[in-house]
Design a protein around this ligand. Structure first.
Ligand code: G1P
Ligand code: ZN
Length: 544
């Protein structure tokens, strides 16, 4: 075994986005592409030298090959030990859990999250720091700098390791420990939730549950936790075999892509709770019999009912949501006298608030919910939280939602995505919109009056770092909002995200149709931003 220094030339497109570096799989497989990025990570993270690195991925196509490359590069870059999920598998939340539990200096997670996988699909690499969370911007900027200035990378010429064999192996001077991907994570879940109570309700058939792993990484987690530990029937856990191409589907748990689950939950005899998770297990979708809980409402309900779960019985320090997420959780925080923070899109912005113990729960409208137990959003955790609440409150999801809205009012909410637009066109739309911002305040659109408009900028309350251009907000006098953002995770062209929100506390108007309620806001968005003109589309590609 020897360590090679391979000459290379920088690629200019290795800037990590909202959640790591995400590209077409074929793009990642071109010679030196993965190696360059990994070397840039090691150069930007000298703290890994001699220390432990957690490694795993969501099992998508190219996961296993990439793991071998990274192991050989880790050995050549002086990493002390790699903690690897068996078979190269680790959900994103489980990786975060392992980093924290084992005092690792960082972690590399291979995933393009909810994007389709396969040779024609997407691949991705994320770097997490010692707190278990996504690398903050100063680290991703440094990775990008190193990627642009790279001339060589180091790699061992050792043979491939057997990554399916639990236990210790040696690679150069580095130790590789292959661990079960589920064990530590499942133990953490048992500390947070009342497993006895949930198990009893399930055994009595008073709590019927169905979970769709979408052929992604949460399959083994679901079988161990829901079936073995909580007694959920194995047949109620669907698509639990992780597949390299997710069975050809789009592993994104929402109404558009989790069709199988939606059909079950809308059908006759639907279970009490239905849930799904995404490619790497950090997202979740929650449904009750015949009803869908928006992720923004889910966060608000978890905050309002947190005392049901043993891990949160002592109360919450505060809550946070990403800027485009609806303000439902703000109402709960206000009534409970809790601090509530508004951050830019992306989980990395919650890290400092969690580390400084300013918040306990946080979430995003994009089907992400989580807490201080780790530093990633966590799909299985959110589902367990809901199971715990249903087991203690013993009411149907629909009734819990109704009660919540009656008390706090309802935030009608929807996101409209325009995908695969030419990048320049999307940029022009945003630039023209930005240019109008100062003249928009006070403008009246029917009964809606604009109170203000801005380009969201965030000053981190902990380290005072500033993140600008995080989305254009139109804020109305009645609390309604329209937000425009360009996605930072897409791999083809640009995706325009239009977020619409309208608050209603008239008790007679709590069960209106969401899209109809939001239609006036969508019309204003069109009037102000000329979406059809810029995108050439007559409507959004995906509505969630
Ligand atoms: C999307 C979501 C964002 C989430 C990210 C990673 O990012 O909108 O909330 O944190 O995926 O899962 P975007 O494509 O909008 O930049
Ligand atoms: Zn994900």
């Amino acid at each position: 075994m020897t360590i090679q220094r391979t000459e290379t030339r920088p690629f200019d497109d290795q800037k990590p986005g909202t959640s790591g570096l995400r590209k077409k799989t074929a793009h990642f497989r071109q010679p030196h592409y993965l190696e360059n990025f990994i070397q840039a990570v090691f150069n930007a993270a000298p703290e890994l030298r001699g220390q432990t690195l957690v490694l795993g991925g969501d099992g998508r196509f190219y996961n296993r090959q990439a793991i071998q490359v990274i192991l050989k590069m880790a050995a050549a870059n002086g990493i002390g030990k790699v903690l690897l999920g068996r078979g190269g598998l680790l959900s994103t939340p489980a990786a975060s859990c392992l980093i924290r539990k084992h005092g690792a200096a960082g972690g590399i997670i291979l995933s393009a999250s909810h994007n389709p996988g396969g040779a024609e699909g997407d691949f991705g690499v994320k770097y997490n720091i010692a707190n278990g969370g996504p690398a903050p911007e100063k680290v991703t900027e440094s990775i990008y700098w190193h990627a642009r200035n790279l001339t060589t990378y180091a790699i061992s010429d050792a043979a491939d390791l057997n990554i399916d064999q639990p236990g210790l192996q040696q690679l150069e001077t580095m130790t590789v420990e292959i661990v079960d991907p589920v064990t530590d994570y499942a133990a953490l879940m048992e500390e947070l939730f009342d497993f006895d109570l949930i198990r009893d309700r399930i055994a009595q058939k008073k709590l019927r549950f169905c979970f769709d792993a979408m052929h992604a990484v949460t399959g083994p987690y679901a079988v161990e936790i829901f079936h073995h530990r909580l007694g959920v029937a194995r047949e109620a856990l669907i698509h639990c075999q992780p597949l390299e191409d997710f069975g050809g589907a789009h592993p994104d748990p929402n109404l558009a892509h989790a069709k199988h689950l939606v059909a079950i939950m809308q059908g006759a005899g639907a279970p009490d709770l239905g849930a799904a998770s995404d490619g790497d297990g950090d997202r979740n979708m929650i449904m009750g019999a015949g009803c869908f809980v928006t992720p923004s409402d889910s966060l608000a309900l978890l905050a309002a009912n947190a005392q049901c779960a043993p891990g949160y019985r002592e109360g919450l320090r505060g809550v946070a949501r990403s800027m485009p997420t609806s303000q439902a959780v703000d109402m709960v925080a206000r009534q409970a006298g809790l601090p509530c923070y508004e951050t830019p899109t992306g989980w990395k912005f919650f890290g400092n608030l969690l580390d400084a113990d300013k918040i306990t729960l946080c979430g995003e409208e994009s089907f992400g919910t989580g807490s201080s137990h780790i530093r990633e959003k966590d799909g299985i955790w959110a589902v367990l939280f809901w199971l715990n609440i249903l087991a203690s409150r013993q009411q149907p999801v629909r009734e819990l939602l109704d009660q919540h809205w009656r008390r706090y009012g309802r935030h009608y909410y929807s996101r409209h995505d325009y995908e695969g637009i030419a990048k320049e066109r999307a940029q022009t739309l945003m630039t023209e919109l930005r240019a109008q911002l100062s003249q928009l305040a006070g403008r009246r659109f029917g009964e809606l009056v604009l109170a203000g408009a801005d380009d969201f900028s965030y000053t981190d309350p902990v380290d005072r770092s500033v993140s600008q251009h995080q989305g254009i907000r139109l804020l109305f006098e009645d609390g309604s909002r329209i937000v425009f953002r360009l996605s930072g995770t897409g791999t083809e062209g640009a995706t325009l995200r239009l977020y619409l929100e309208r608050y209603q506390n008239d008790q007679a108007r709590l069960h209106d149709d969401t899209q109809q309620t939001l239609a006036p806001l969508a019309a204003i968005a069109e009037q102000v931003a000329h979406i059809q003109h810029h995108t050439g589309r007559t409507g959004p590609d995906v509505i969630t």
